[in-house]
Design a protein around this ligand. Structure first.
Ligand code: PA5
Length: 446
């Protein structure tokens, strides 16, 4: 069985093996809390056994719903923010043709685009303008069913869809993914009679990519959600022991040893532009899970070699508070060789005949050696290829490691109390009913 692999050999001048091993009891305790629900936030552990407990019936229902949208729509807008958006976006980008947005939609293979992940007036104006001649559908995703950003986007697009298609046809093209009972979106979906999927109470947003939240948009985009789940099931099996054969345990222990040694920032590095949004998903997963009680490694992400020409200087030579976790993709989907040129005016003949990826891998290796020499420890994660199965492995691996790691720094990895502060101020500033006192208080500060 091919799987992702975690290699920590290049961290060992940043921390010693003994320093990592000293954290073994803490890592084992973190794993126990995740597996046995003995820690804080244990009512949000539904994601732990979710891959192996995903039923064929649920997958069939998701595929059937996706097929209906694929047959009737040339564009499907997935509305959601944070955990209700980033997982699907990451997987779709990783698996898609890089130039798909610029190609016309093929019959039966709609474009999946995203909304509700910002409050950009121009974004929404331009989106509605783009959709004005499209046969579009909507997947609206919000676990709470009350989040402002997706609610605004949905209000606009629902009205547009009803105007363009008629109310009855619009109803057939809207799918809501939300809580089973609570929230405005659940009420609205019930009133309108939309097809719905439930986000279980015990699965938090940023751990929900392997539920209908991620699976439906991914299936609409034409990708194999069964293979994604199969990969996650494989990783679920590989991540239950408190030893180095468990890659999530090893990664959690290593990054916490680095943190204890003063490496406060982790940079997730990819050498494949298709993984840009994977970095965004990962940042949310770790940032929202660990950044609490004035603790937590700051998660950053870069795309190399692109960002070697922007962030490379800082990483090589700036403050030594960083370490890198590199995702290296072994096999490419396509072949492209560098041609020979008789005149050789650009001086590139020394690499003529080589695969572009061979050059990329040398950029990766050269960078790793330079960064390690420069005091930047480097965890290497190899991914056999950008395919559904390996992405499923990688997603589950990072989720499991995140739970262990959060418990290792004694925070509840499954809440996000800090996110509420901006919302309270925004609602107060907008004079939302129920926020009268806060409105008065915040206006007095302006
Ligand atoms: O991880 C989380 O819980 C958050 O990022 C949520 O996913 C995000 O705030 C969106 O929330 P909701 O799905 O309730 O609209």
């Amino acid at each position: 069985m091919k799987t992702i692999n975690v290699d920590i050999n290049n961290v060992l001048q940043g921390v010693s093996r003994a320093e990592i091993d000293n954290l073994a009891p803490k890592a084992a305790e973190g794993l126990d809390k995740v597996l046995n629900g003995t820690g804080e936030g244990n009512d949000f552990l539904g994601w732990v056994n979710l891959p192996s407990e995903t039923t064929e019936a649920l997958l069939d229902e998701i595929v059937e719903c996706a097929d209906a949208l694929r047959a009737s729509c040339d564009t499907v807008v997935a509305i959601g923010i944070g955990g209700s958006y980033l997982g699907a976006k990451a997987v779709i980008e990783a698996l898609s043709d890089s130039f798909a947005p610029y190609r016309p939609a093929a019959e039966g293979n709609p474009k999946v685009i995203f909304a509700g992940q910002n409050i950009g007036e121009d974004y929404l104006y331009e989106l509605q303008d783009y959709l004005s001649d499209k046969r579009f559908g909507i997947i609206v995703i919000s676990k709470s069913g009350t989040t402002t950003e997706p609610a605004i986007a949905f209000r606009l697009l629902k009205e547009q869809l009803e105007r363009q298609m008629g109310v009855d046809e619009a109803r057939k093209r809207i799918v809501a993914i939300t809580d089973a009972r609570r929230g405005a979106l659940r009420t609205l979906a019930t009133e309108e009679g939309y097809k719905t999927f439930v986000i279980a109470d015990n699965v938090g947003g940023r751990f929900s990519v392997l539920t209908p939240v991620g699976l439906l948009p991914i299936a609409v985009a034409g990708f194999d959600i069964r293979a994604l789940i199969d990969g996650a099931v494989e990783m679920e099996k590989l991540t239950s022991t408190a030893d180095d054969s468990n890659p999530a345990y090893l990664y959690a222990a290593t990054r916490n040893a680095l943190y204890a040694a003063g490496k406060k920032i982790e940079i997730l590095v990819n050498y494949n532009p298709k993984l840009h949004y994977f970095g965004e998903w990962w940042k949310q997963l770790y940032g929202e899970s660990e950044g609490k009680d004035h603790k937590g490694i700051f998660p950053a992400a870069v795309d190399f070699s692109t960002d070697l020409h922007s962030m490379g200087q800082w990483i090589q030579d700036g403050e030594r508070t960083i370490f890198e976790t590199v995702i290296s993709v072994m096999e490419q989907q396509h072949e492209k060789l560098i041609p020979s040129d008789e005149a050789n005016l650009d001086g590139l003949n020394y690499i003529a005949g080589k695969h572009v990826d061979e050059v990329n891998k040398m950029a990766e290796l050269g960078t790793r050696i330079a960064h390690v020499d420069g005091g930047v420890p480097n965890i290497l994660i190899t991914l056999p290829a950008l395919r559904e199965k390996y992405l499923g492995q990688l997603i589950y691996f990072f989720e499991k490691a995140c739970g262990i790691s959060g418990y290792m720094i004694d925070v509840n990895p499954f809440n996000q109390p800090g996110v509420e502060d901006y919302k309270r101020n925004m609602f107060a500033l907008l004079a939302k009913p129920g926020y009268e006192k806060e409105t008065e208080a915040i206006r007095a500060r302006l």
